[in-house]
Design a protein around this ligand. Structure first.
Ligand code: PLP
Length: 431
Protein backbone atom coordinates (compact mmCIF):
# COMPACT_ATOMS: atom_id res chain seq x y z
CA UNK A 1 0.00 0.00 0.00
CA UNK A 2 1.20 3.55 -0.72
CA UNK A 3 1.03 5.89 2.22
CA UNK A 4 0.51 9.66 1.91
CA UNK A 5 3.12 11.28 4.10
CA UNK A 6 3.22 14.37 1.86
CA UNK A 7 -0.39 15.26 2.60
CA UNK A 8 -0.73 18.51 4.54
CA UNK A 9 -3.57 18.27 7.03
CA UNK A 10 -5.11 21.38 8.56
CA UNK A 11 -4.63 20.89 12.28
CA UNK A 12 -5.69 24.43 13.13
CA UNK A 13 -9.08 25.03 11.57
CA UNK A 14 -10.50 21.54 11.29
CA UNK A 15 -13.09 21.31 14.09
CA UNK A 16 -12.01 17.70 14.72
CA UNK A 17 -8.43 18.74 15.37
CA UNK A 18 -7.59 19.37 19.00
CA UNK A 19 -3.86 19.54 18.26
CA UNK A 20 -1.92 20.79 21.24
CA UNK A 21 1.12 21.86 19.24
CA UNK A 22 -0.73 23.71 16.46
CA UNK A 23 -3.38 25.31 18.64
CA UNK A 24 -1.21 26.43 21.52
CA UNK A 25 2.19 27.65 20.26
CA UNK A 26 1.70 30.55 22.68
CA UNK A 27 2.89 28.50 25.64
CA UNK A 28 6.35 28.13 24.10
CA UNK A 29 6.46 31.76 22.98
CA UNK A 30 5.47 32.94 26.45
CA UNK A 31 8.19 30.80 28.04
CA UNK A 32 10.73 32.44 25.77
CA UNK A 33 9.38 35.91 26.52
CA UNK A 34 8.33 36.61 22.93
CA UNK A 35 5.54 39.10 22.55
CA UNK A 36 5.70 39.86 18.84
CA UNK A 37 5.72 37.01 16.36
CA UNK A 38 4.74 36.16 12.85
CA UNK A 39 1.17 34.89 12.75
CA UNK A 40 1.52 32.06 10.24
CA UNK A 41 3.66 29.91 12.47
CA UNK A 42 5.06 26.52 11.52
CA UNK A 43 5.16 24.24 14.56
CA UNK A 44 8.01 21.75 14.64
CA UNK A 45 7.99 21.33 18.39
CA UNK A 46 6.32 18.59 20.47
CA UNK A 47 7.16 15.01 19.47
CA UNK A 48 3.92 14.42 17.60
CA UNK A 49 3.64 13.85 13.87
CA UNK A 50 1.64 15.73 11.24
CA UNK A 51 0.96 12.49 9.34
CA UNK A 52 -2.42 10.84 9.22
CA UNK A 53 -2.58 7.64 11.26
CA UNK A 54 -2.12 4.37 9.28
CA UNK A 55 -5.26 3.54 7.24
CA UNK A 56 -5.21 0.04 8.74
CA UNK A 57 -5.84 1.58 12.17
CA UNK A 58 -8.36 4.18 10.97
CA UNK A 59 -10.42 1.48 9.20
CA UNK A 60 -10.70 -0.51 12.41
CA UNK A 61 -11.59 2.57 14.46
CA UNK A 62 -14.36 3.33 11.95
CA UNK A 63 -15.71 -0.17 12.57
CA UNK A 64 -15.64 0.58 16.27
CA UNK A 65 -17.62 3.77 15.58
CA UNK A 66 -20.14 1.70 13.64
CA UNK A 67 -20.53 -0.57 16.66
CA UNK A 68 -21.77 2.60 18.32
CA UNK A 69 -21.37 1.84 22.03
CA UNK A 70 -18.29 3.09 23.83
CA UNK A 71 -18.94 1.90 27.35
CA UNK A 72 -16.60 0.68 30.09
CA UNK A 73 -14.17 -1.68 28.45
CA UNK A 74 -12.01 -4.61 29.45
CA UNK A 75 -8.75 -5.61 27.83
CA UNK A 76 -9.02 -8.76 25.70
CA UNK A 77 -6.27 -11.38 25.38
CA UNK A 78 -5.77 -10.26 21.79
CA UNK A 79 -4.46 -6.95 23.17
CA UNK A 80 -1.66 -8.66 25.10
CA UNK A 81 -0.90 -10.96 22.15
CA UNK A 82 -0.58 -7.92 19.87
CA UNK A 83 1.84 -6.15 22.25
CA UNK A 84 3.97 -9.27 22.79
CA UNK A 85 4.00 -10.09 19.07
CA UNK A 86 5.26 -6.63 18.14
CA UNK A 87 8.24 -6.71 20.51
CA UNK A 88 9.10 -10.31 19.61
CA UNK A 89 9.08 -9.56 15.87
CA UNK A 90 10.58 -6.08 15.89
CA UNK A 91 13.00 -6.18 18.81
CA UNK A 92 13.57 -9.89 19.53
CA UNK A 93 12.33 -9.30 23.07
CA UNK A 94 9.96 -11.71 24.84
CA UNK A 95 7.86 -11.23 27.93
CA UNK A 96 4.63 -12.66 29.30
CA UNK A 97 1.11 -11.34 29.35
CA UNK A 98 1.26 -10.75 33.10
CA UNK A 99 4.42 -8.66 32.69
CA UNK A 100 2.39 -5.98 30.86
CA UNK A 101 0.86 -3.12 32.88
CA UNK A 102 -1.18 -0.50 31.15
CA UNK A 103 -0.95 3.22 31.99
CA UNK A 104 -2.64 6.29 30.58
CA UNK A 105 0.51 7.65 28.94
CA UNK A 106 4.21 7.51 29.60
CA UNK A 107 4.31 10.46 31.98
CA UNK A 108 1.66 8.78 34.04
CA UNK A 109 3.72 5.58 34.00
CA UNK A 110 6.91 7.37 35.09
CA UNK A 111 5.02 9.33 37.75
CA UNK A 112 3.42 6.16 39.14
CA UNK A 113 6.81 4.42 39.24
CA UNK A 114 8.25 7.41 41.10
CA UNK A 115 5.39 7.25 43.60
CA UNK A 116 5.55 3.48 44.07
CA UNK A 117 9.27 2.84 44.19
CA UNK A 118 10.78 5.98 45.77
CA UNK A 119 10.08 7.91 48.95
CA UNK A 120 9.36 11.65 49.22
CA UNK A 121 12.58 13.64 49.08
CA UNK A 122 14.59 10.91 47.33
CA UNK A 123 16.48 11.70 44.15
CA UNK A 124 15.68 10.54 40.60
CA UNK A 125 18.60 10.71 38.17
CA UNK A 126 18.20 11.97 34.59
CA UNK A 127 20.94 12.07 31.93
CA UNK A 128 20.78 15.59 30.49
CA UNK A 129 20.13 17.32 28.15
CA UNK A 130 16.92 15.32 28.30
CA UNK A 131 13.22 15.41 27.69
CA UNK A 132 11.73 16.74 30.93
CA UNK A 133 10.31 14.47 33.59
CA UNK A 134 10.12 17.39 36.03
CA UNK A 135 6.39 17.06 36.75
CA UNK A 136 6.65 13.30 37.27
CA UNK A 137 9.55 13.72 39.69
CA UNK A 138 9.44 17.15 41.33
CA UNK A 139 5.65 17.22 41.00
CA UNK A 140 5.64 14.22 43.33
CA UNK A 141 8.02 15.72 45.87
CA UNK A 142 11.20 13.94 44.71
CA UNK A 143 14.49 15.61 43.76
CA UNK A 144 15.45 15.97 40.08
CA UNK A 145 19.11 14.98 39.91
CA UNK A 146 20.80 15.75 36.60
CA UNK A 147 23.92 14.03 35.29
CA UNK A 148 25.20 15.83 32.24
CA UNK A 149 26.15 13.79 29.21
CA UNK A 150 29.38 14.49 27.34
CA UNK A 151 29.10 16.37 24.05
CA UNK A 152 32.15 15.65 21.88
CA UNK A 153 31.67 19.04 20.22
CA UNK A 154 29.78 17.71 17.23
CA UNK A 155 26.46 17.29 19.09
CA UNK A 156 27.27 13.58 19.69
CA UNK A 157 26.50 12.79 23.32
CA UNK A 158 27.86 9.95 25.45
CA UNK A 159 27.33 8.95 29.07
CA UNK A 160 29.61 10.35 31.75
CA UNK A 161 30.02 7.14 33.76
CA UNK A 162 32.12 8.79 36.44
CA UNK A 163 29.42 11.39 37.12
CA UNK A 164 26.73 8.70 36.98
CA UNK A 165 28.62 6.55 39.47
CA UNK A 166 28.92 9.53 41.80
CA UNK A 167 25.20 10.28 41.58
CA UNK A 168 24.25 6.63 42.13
CA UNK A 169 26.58 6.39 45.12
CA UNK A 170 24.56 9.11 46.89
CA UNK A 171 22.31 7.15 49.20
CA UNK A 172 19.40 9.49 48.64
CA UNK A 173 19.28 8.78 44.88
CA UNK A 174 17.19 5.67 44.35
CA UNK A 175 15.95 5.76 40.75
CA UNK A 176 17.16 6.66 37.26
CA UNK A 177 14.92 7.39 34.30
CA UNK A 178 16.82 6.32 31.18
CA UNK A 179 15.52 7.73 27.94
CA UNK A 180 16.42 5.17 25.24
CA UNK A 181 16.49 6.17 22.42
CA UNK A 182 17.49 9.41 24.01
CA UNK A 183 15.43 12.53 23.41
CA UNK A 184 16.67 15.06 22.32
CA UNK A 185 20.23 13.90 21.61
CA UNK A 186 19.04 11.21 19.19
CA UNK A 187 21.33 8.60 20.71
CA UNK A 188 20.40 4.92 20.52
CA UNK A 189 22.52 3.49 23.31
CA UNK A 190 24.70 0.50 22.49
CA UNK A 191 24.67 -2.84 24.28
CA UNK A 192 27.85 -1.88 26.13
CA UNK A 193 26.52 1.52 27.19
CA UNK A 194 23.28 -0.02 28.50
CA UNK A 195 25.09 -2.75 30.43
CA UNK A 196 27.53 -0.30 31.96
CA UNK A 197 24.67 1.90 33.17
CA UNK A 198 22.80 -1.14 34.53
CA UNK A 199 25.90 -2.40 36.28
CA UNK A 200 26.47 0.95 38.02
CA UNK A 201 22.81 1.31 39.01
CA UNK A 202 22.52 -2.23 40.33
CA UNK A 203 25.72 -1.91 42.33
CA UNK A 204 24.15 1.06 44.15
CA UNK A 205 20.61 -0.29 44.30
CA UNK A 206 19.24 2.37 41.98
CA UNK A 207 16.05 1.26 40.21
CA UNK A 208 16.04 1.77 36.44
CA UNK A 209 12.99 2.99 34.53
CA UNK A 210 13.80 2.77 30.83
CA UNK A 211 11.55 5.05 28.76
CA UNK A 212 11.62 3.38 25.32
CA UNK A 213 8.72 5.19 23.67
CA UNK A 214 10.86 6.27 20.71
CA UNK A 215 12.28 2.81 20.05
CA UNK A 216 10.42 2.11 16.80
CA UNK A 217 11.50 5.36 15.17
CA UNK A 218 15.00 4.49 14.04
CA UNK A 219 17.30 5.99 11.50
CA UNK A 220 18.59 3.83 8.68
CA UNK A 221 21.23 1.33 9.66
CA UNK A 222 20.44 1.60 13.38
CA UNK A 223 19.46 -1.30 15.61
CA UNK A 224 17.63 -0.80 18.86
CA UNK A 225 18.21 -3.12 21.79
CA UNK A 226 15.67 -2.90 24.64
CA UNK A 227 17.48 -2.30 27.91
CA UNK A 228 15.77 -5.29 29.53
CA UNK A 229 16.90 -7.54 26.70
CA UNK A 230 20.46 -6.21 26.98
CA UNK A 231 20.80 -6.29 30.77
CA UNK A 232 18.09 -8.61 32.12
CA UNK A 233 15.00 -7.71 34.15
CA UNK A 234 16.49 -7.26 37.64
CA UNK A 235 15.65 -3.83 39.05
CA UNK A 236 14.42 -2.64 35.68
CA UNK A 237 11.08 -1.38 34.40
CA UNK A 238 10.49 -0.53 30.72
CA UNK A 239 7.92 1.87 29.31
CA UNK A 240 6.77 1.27 25.73
CA UNK A 241 3.94 2.78 23.71
CA UNK A 242 2.13 3.12 20.41
CA UNK A 243 1.99 6.85 21.11
CA UNK A 244 5.04 8.02 19.14
CA UNK A 245 5.36 5.13 16.68
CA UNK A 246 1.83 5.34 15.28
CA UNK A 247 0.96 8.97 16.09
CA UNK A 248 -1.59 7.85 18.69
CA UNK A 249 -0.43 9.94 21.66
CA UNK A 250 -3.92 11.37 22.19
CA UNK A 251 -5.19 7.88 22.99
CA UNK A 252 -2.72 7.65 25.89
CA UNK A 253 -1.88 3.93 25.84
CA UNK A 254 1.47 3.12 27.46
CA UNK A 255 2.49 -0.45 28.21
CA UNK A 256 4.92 -0.87 31.04
CA UNK A 257 6.88 -4.12 31.15
CA UNK A 258 7.91 -5.46 34.54
CA UNK A 259 9.50 -8.93 34.60
CA UNK A 260 11.32 -8.71 37.94
CA UNK A 261 9.02 -10.46 40.47
CA UNK A 262 10.34 -8.27 43.29
CA UNK A 263 9.06 -5.17 41.51
CA UNK A 264 5.75 -6.58 40.40
CA UNK A 265 4.35 -7.00 43.85
CA UNK A 266 4.52 -3.28 44.46
CA UNK A 267 2.32 -2.19 41.61
CA UNK A 268 -0.93 -3.10 39.99
CA UNK A 269 -2.57 -2.27 36.74
CA UNK A 270 -2.92 1.45 37.19
CA UNK A 271 -5.16 1.93 34.20
CA UNK A 272 -7.55 -0.95 34.03
CA UNK A 273 -10.26 0.93 32.17
CA UNK A 274 -8.83 2.41 28.96
CA UNK A 275 -11.12 3.66 26.20
CA UNK A 276 -12.26 1.17 23.57
CA UNK A 277 -10.56 3.42 20.99
CA UNK A 278 -7.24 3.01 22.77
CA UNK A 279 -7.63 -0.77 23.04
CA UNK A 280 -8.59 -1.19 19.40
CA UNK A 281 -5.88 1.18 18.18
CA UNK A 282 -3.15 -0.81 19.96
CA UNK A 283 -4.43 -4.12 18.56
CA UNK A 284 -4.70 -2.77 15.01
CA UNK A 285 -1.38 -0.92 15.16
CA UNK A 286 0.69 -3.83 16.38
CA UNK A 287 -1.07 -6.45 14.22
CA UNK A 288 -1.63 -4.57 10.98
CA UNK A 289 0.38 -1.37 10.64
CA UNK A 290 3.95 -2.65 10.50
CA UNK A 291 4.37 -1.72 6.81
CA UNK A 292 3.25 1.83 7.66
CA UNK A 293 6.00 2.14 10.29
CA UNK A 294 8.62 0.97 7.78
CA UNK A 295 7.37 3.48 5.21
CA UNK A 296 7.29 6.19 7.90
CA UNK A 297 10.91 5.54 8.86
CA UNK A 298 11.96 5.73 5.20
CA UNK A 299 10.11 9.05 4.78
CA UNK A 300 11.68 10.47 7.95
CA UNK A 301 15.15 9.37 6.79
CA UNK A 302 14.60 11.41 3.64
CA UNK A 303 13.27 14.37 5.65
CA UNK A 304 16.39 14.28 7.79
CA UNK A 305 18.66 14.06 4.74
CA UNK A 306 16.96 17.05 3.14
CA UNK A 307 16.95 19.20 6.27
CA UNK A 308 20.52 18.44 7.29
CA UNK A 309 21.63 19.14 3.73
CA UNK A 310 19.76 22.45 3.86
CA UNK A 311 21.32 23.41 7.15
CA UNK A 312 24.86 22.41 6.18
CA UNK A 313 24.73 24.29 2.91
CA UNK A 314 22.64 27.29 3.85
CA UNK A 315 23.24 27.90 7.53
CA UNK A 316 26.98 27.24 7.52
CA UNK A 317 27.55 28.56 11.03
CA UNK A 318 24.90 26.31 12.59
CA UNK A 319 25.87 22.90 13.95
CA UNK A 320 23.70 19.83 13.58
CA UNK A 321 24.21 16.07 13.70
CA UNK A 322 22.25 13.21 12.16
CA UNK A 323 20.33 11.40 14.93
CA UNK A 324 20.51 7.63 15.47
CA UNK A 325 16.91 7.40 16.61
CA UNK A 326 13.76 9.51 16.77
CA UNK A 327 12.77 12.18 14.28
CA UNK A 328 14.27 15.29 15.76
CA UNK A 329 17.50 17.20 15.24
CA UNK A 330 19.18 19.76 17.48
CA UNK A 331 20.51 22.87 15.82
CA UNK A 332 23.17 24.88 17.61
CA UNK A 333 23.10 28.50 16.42
CA UNK A 334 25.89 29.73 18.70
CA UNK A 335 28.30 29.96 15.73
CA UNK A 336 26.40 33.06 14.62
CA UNK A 337 27.67 34.95 17.65
CA UNK A 338 24.26 36.46 18.37
CA UNK A 339 22.70 37.11 21.75
CA UNK A 340 20.08 34.67 23.06
CA UNK A 341 17.38 37.25 22.42
CA UNK A 342 18.49 37.77 18.81
CA UNK A 343 18.51 34.02 18.07
CA UNK A 344 15.06 33.59 19.60
CA UNK A 345 13.67 36.62 17.76
CA UNK A 346 14.94 35.38 14.39
CA UNK A 347 13.62 31.82 14.70
CA UNK A 348 10.40 32.23 16.67
CA UNK A 349 9.50 35.88 16.17
CA UNK A 350 10.52 36.72 12.59
CA UNK A 351 10.62 33.30 10.89
CA UNK A 352 7.59 32.13 12.90
CA UNK A 353 9.04 28.65 13.31
CA UNK A 354 8.24 27.11 16.68
CA UNK A 355 10.92 24.73 17.94
CA UNK A 356 11.89 23.56 21.43
CA UNK A 357 14.76 25.54 22.90
CA UNK A 358 17.49 23.95 24.99
CA UNK A 359 15.74 25.37 28.06
CA UNK A 360 13.17 22.64 27.61
CA UNK A 361 15.81 19.91 27.97
CA UNK A 362 18.04 21.36 30.70
CA UNK A 363 20.60 22.01 27.99
CA UNK A 364 23.07 24.52 29.43
CA UNK A 365 23.16 26.25 26.04
CA UNK A 366 19.56 27.30 26.67
CA UNK A 367 18.43 29.61 23.91
CA UNK A 368 21.23 28.90 21.41
CA UNK A 369 20.28 25.26 20.74
CA UNK A 370 16.87 24.31 19.36
CA UNK A 371 15.21 20.97 18.65
CA UNK A 372 13.20 20.57 15.45
CA UNK A 373 10.90 17.58 15.00
CA UNK A 374 11.07 16.50 11.36
CA UNK A 375 7.87 14.48 11.50
CA UNK A 376 5.88 16.69 9.12
CA UNK A 377 5.29 16.74 5.37
CA UNK A 378 8.54 17.65 3.63
CA UNK A 379 7.25 20.87 2.10
CA UNK A 380 6.41 22.22 5.52
CA UNK A 381 9.95 21.52 6.71
CA UNK A 382 11.51 23.12 3.65
CA UNK A 383 9.39 26.22 4.18
CA UNK A 384 10.48 26.34 7.82
CA UNK A 385 14.18 26.14 6.99
CA UNK A 386 13.80 28.62 4.14
CA UNK A 387 12.35 31.11 6.60
CA UNK A 388 15.09 30.50 9.17
CA UNK A 389 17.80 30.79 6.51
CA UNK A 390 16.38 34.09 5.37
CA UNK A 391 16.64 35.47 8.89
CA UNK A 392 20.18 34.24 9.57
CA UNK A 393 21.74 34.52 6.12
CA UNK A 394 19.55 37.13 4.46
CA UNK A 395 18.69 35.14 1.36
CA UNK A 396 16.42 32.30 0.40
CA UNK A 397 17.70 28.81 -0.10
CA UNK A 398 18.93 27.81 -3.54
CA UNK A 399 16.68 24.83 -4.22
CA UNK A 400 19.31 23.33 -6.50
CA UNK A 401 21.07 22.40 -3.31
CA UNK A 402 18.28 20.07 -2.28
CA UNK A 403 19.89 16.98 -3.74
CA UNK A 404 20.65 13.96 -1.70
CA UNK A 405 22.20 10.75 -2.86
CA UNK A 406 20.01 9.14 -5.48
CA UNK A 407 18.42 12.33 -6.78
CA UNK A 408 16.29 15.22 -5.71
CA UNK A 409 13.72 14.52 -3.05
CA UNK A 410 11.80 17.52 -4.26
CA UNK A 411 10.90 15.43 -7.30
CA UNK A 412 9.21 12.92 -5.05
CA UNK A 413 7.35 15.54 -3.03
CA UNK A 414 5.90 17.35 -6.06
CA UNK A 415 6.82 20.99 -6.10
CA UNK A 416 4.20 23.66 -6.53
CA UNK A 417 4.70 27.19 -7.75
CA UNK A 418 4.88 30.04 -5.27
CA UNK A 419 1.21 30.90 -5.74
CA UNK A 420 -0.03 27.36 -5.09
CA UNK A 421 2.38 27.04 -2.25
CA UNK A 422 0.83 30.10 -0.63
CA UNK A 423 -2.64 28.75 -1.12
CA UNK A 424 -1.95 25.17 -0.17
CA UNK A 425 0.46 25.51 2.64
CA UNK A 426 0.77 28.92 4.20
CA UNK A 427 -2.88 29.80 4.48
CA UNK A 428 -3.62 26.40 5.91
CA UNK A 429 -1.09 26.67 8.65
CA UNK A 430 -2.23 30.11 9.67
CA UNK A 431 -3.71 30.07 13.16
C1 PLP B 1 11.06 10.43 25.80
C2 PLP B 1 9.62 10.77 26.00
N1 PLP B 1 8.95 10.17 26.99
C3 PLP B 1 7.65 10.44 27.22
C4 PLP B 1 6.96 11.34 26.43
C5 PLP B 1 5.53 11.60 26.72
O1 PLP B 1 4.83 10.46 26.41
P1 PLP B 1 3.27 10.29 26.71
O2 PLP B 1 2.56 11.18 25.74
O3 PLP B 1 3.02 8.84 26.43
O4 PLP B 1 3.04 10.66 28.13
C6 PLP B 1 7.63 11.98 25.38
C7 PLP B 1 6.92 12.97 24.55
O5 PLP B 1 7.48 13.69 23.77
C8 PLP B 1 8.98 11.68 25.15
O6 PLP B 1 9.66 12.24 24.16
Amino acid sequence: MKYEFDQIIDRIHDPYSFSFKWKSPGYILNDLGIEKYREDVICLETADMDFKVAPEIIDDLKKLCDHGIFGYSSIPDSYYEAVKGWYERRQGWSFNKDDIFLFSGTHEAVAQCVLHYTKPGEGVIILTPCYGYHNDVEGNGRAYVTVEMINDGSEYFTIDYEALEKACAEENNTMIVMCHPHNPTGRVFTHDELCRVAEICRRHNVLIVSDEVHSDILRKGQDFEPMMKACGPKGLIAATAVNKTFNLAGLAMTNVIICDPDLKVKTGDMYSMPSPFGIQAVISAYNKAEPWVDALNAYIDDNIDVCIDLIHKNLPKARVLRPEGGYSINIDFSGYGLSDEEVIDKIYGKAGVILNSGLFFDDKRGKQVHRACLSSPRKMLIEAFERITKEFEGSLIDKDLLHVSGGSLLDEAPTVDEHDYDEDVRTKIKP
